[in-house]
Design a binder for this molecule. Structure first.
Ligand code: SAH
Length: 219
């Protein structure tokens, strides 16, 4: 079939990336296995495809970037997914993390505000025949109340504070990962919901593109 995914393409490069991540301390085998099985080169523009398996962030167009693989790995390890969860992803971007989530959770809901990015991501994910993903074009700072509550919410862009919808739409015991700070520098923070309270754990200093929307930065 035209456009079918060849699992052997870049196989060696992908293996080396997985080894690199293991050396960096990523231990979760399901996360490593997901990274080993998702062709990251399909999610980056052809001009930077030869760099797809380096541990670096790359431009994906529209002024946005695909995060570095070790960030994705760290993110996913922190969520500790078992495969039964319903997950909300804010900022589909390239769709690479969406593909990893599709392998690690039961249902994935992903929101992107830039039409060109969503269209491209959707195309690649359909090519991979991943069918547990729902997409929405729109402002992710509002969450997706129709399918709430979510066991995990991952925000792939930085906000000054937590948009209120994420607290409302997080299941009991659910986890929210979000970079919080100013436009240039943030701290990646993991929140766990206990009743009306959120327990906070700061993970690491990070730099993400801004979350742009009603309950975050203006464009
Ligand atoms: N995990 C993605 C990250 C992409 S960068 C990847 O690795 O490819 C973050 C994305 O968040 C960008 O595509 C940006 O357009 C999107 N974004 C920013 N604000 C948003 C909002 N309010 N709603 C939905 N998406 C948003």
């Amino acid at each position: 079939m035209a456009g079918a995914v060849d699992p052997q393409e870049y196989r060696g490069a992908r293996r080396r990336l997985v080894e690199n991540l293991q050396q960096q301390g990523i231990r979760d085998l399901s996360v490593l296995h997901a990274i080993d099985s998702v062709p990251r080169h399909l999610f980056v523009p052809t001009g930077v495809r030869h760099r797809a398996y380096e541990d670096s962030a790359l431009p994906i167009g529209s002024g946005q970037t695909i995060s570095q693989p070790s960030i994705h790995a760290r993110y996913l390890e922190l969520l500790n997914l078992k495969g039964t969860e319903k997950v909300l992803e804010i900022g589909t971007g390239s769709g690479y993390q969406t593909a990893l989530l599709s392998r690690l959770a039961s249902q994935v809901f992903s929101i992107e505000r830039i039409p060109a990015l969503l269209e491209k991501a959707r195309e690649v994910l359909q090519q991979m025949k991943l069918n547990n993903i729902s997409f929405m074009l729109g402002d992710g700072t509002l969450g997706w109340s129709q399918f709430a509550p979510f066991d995990a919410i991952l925000v792939g862009a930085a906000a000054p504070e937590i948009p209120v919808a994420y607290v409302e739409q997080l299941a009991e015991g659910g986890r929210l990962l979000i970079p919080l700070g100013d436009r240039d520098e943030q701290v990646l923070s993991l929140f766990t919901r206990h009743g009306e309270k959120l327990e906070r754990r700061d993970i690491a200093p990070v730099r993400f593109v801004p979350l742009v929307g009603k309950h975050s930065w203006e464009s």
